[in-house]
Design a binder for this molecule. Structure first.
Ligand SMILES: *Cc1c(COP(=O)(O)O)cnc(C)c1O
Length: 328
């Protein structure tokens, strides 16, 4: 019997993902941040998925899913809805494998992201003003053309792919005690937390979202998935619902997140500026949420060896220049 991720995702699925995606992803560096150490009096390490191929971690989950498809499914192609980074990753992997990819995007997605997807040769379908409109179009393509929908987070293969970051963190910093993880649909947090907590259940996993439209946070409070209207935020990659029929990530985040904290826009901007000034890195708003949290004194620093996941760097240069002008 072939084992594949199913209702109950385990650490084996993450090890399998690691072998499967190895040729497609980089093992990203984990570096200490001396500046943040002075700020927090703890060791803070940055896991640099901004240096990943396609400039975000999303390629890990996308590659694990697409590589697991049957030949027939690969022939019919893949489709996805996405605020950008997941679409980019799907387009990249599809191109590497010579598979057709259709990316459905809402009109809210920043132009930089759309241009990058187009450059990868994927077809782009604009549909509506929200993630939900884009999602409906995907299922239409699935029904009409037999394409496989590669979901951005609520899929066992995607979760296991993102979880490979957790294995790398364990290798790079066996003494890790806390990991800050930008949180939207929760595929990243679910996979990484499963990998970490299987090694040591005492490792603390903290989800970080923006104050505007934090869907997972509100869903956790409500005890079930809720729908919120999308609002403008610097952390645009964290926008989007978690799905009313969420099967995996809501429960996994419920089980694994020790805390979820919310970051105001001004601290996200501060995080972006900090990464520019201290590390000379361009990072996007979603990735800067964990830095924003660490810079905030309200946040209780109860850790010795913490990791902040720097999840991506796909951001319009205008945004970076504005923040540079106002903060540096
Ligand atoms: C997708 C994404 C996240 C959040 O991942 P989820 O699995 O949806 O929680 C965080 N940061 C960046 C840059 C992303 O693209």
């Amino acid at each position: 019997m072939v084992r594949s991720p199913h209702e109950h995702i385990t650490i084996r699925d993450i090890w399998e993902a690691r072998n499967r995606i190895k040729p497609f992803v980089r093992k990203t560096p984990l570096i200490p941040s001396t500046g943040l150490k002075e700020h927090t009096s703890s060791q803070i390490h940055l896991k640099l998925e901004n240096l990943q191929k396609t400039h975000t971690f999303k390629i890990r989950g996308a590659a694990n899913k697409i590589l697991s498809l049957s030949e027939k499914q690969k022939e019919l192609g893949v489709t996805t809805f996405s605020t950008g980074n997941h679409g980019l990753a799907v387009a990249f992997v599809a191109k590497e494998l010579g598979i057709r990819a259709v990316i459905c995007v809402s009109r809210k997605v920043p132009t930089a992201k759309i241009e990058s997807i187009r450059k990868l040769g994927a077809e782009i379908l604009f549909c509506g003003n929200s993630q939900d409109d884009a999602e409906s179009m995907c299922y239409h393509l699935q029904d009409e053309k037999g394409m496989t929908v590669v979901k951005p987070f609520d899929d066992p293969f995607v979760i296991a792919g993102q979880g490979t970051i957790g294995l790398e963190i364990m290798e790079q910093l066996p003494r890790v005690d806390t990991v800050m993880i930008p949180l939207s649909g929760g595929g990243l947090l679910s996979g990484v937390a499963l990998a970490l907590k299987t090694n040591d259940p005492n490792i603390r996993v903290i989800g970080v979202s923006m104050e505007t439209s934090p869907v997972m946070y509100k869903s956790l409070k409500a005890g079930k998935p809720v729908v919120l209207e999308e609002q403008e935020t610097l952390a645009d990659s964290l926008l989007g619902g978690i799905g009313q029929n969420n099967r995996y990530t809501f429960q996994m985040v419920q089980k694994y997140a020790d805390d979820v904290i919310l970051i105001p826009e001004k601290d996200i901007a501060r995080g972006i500026a900090y990464m520019l000034r201290e590390h000379r890195f361009i990072v996007e708003g979603a990735a800067a949420t964990s830095i924003g949290a660490l810079l905030d004194y309200r946040f209780n620093h109860e850790f010795q060896e913490a990791v902040a996941l720097i999840t991506g760097r796909n951001v319009d240069l205008d945004v970076i220049l504005d923040i540079a002008h106002s903060h540096l």
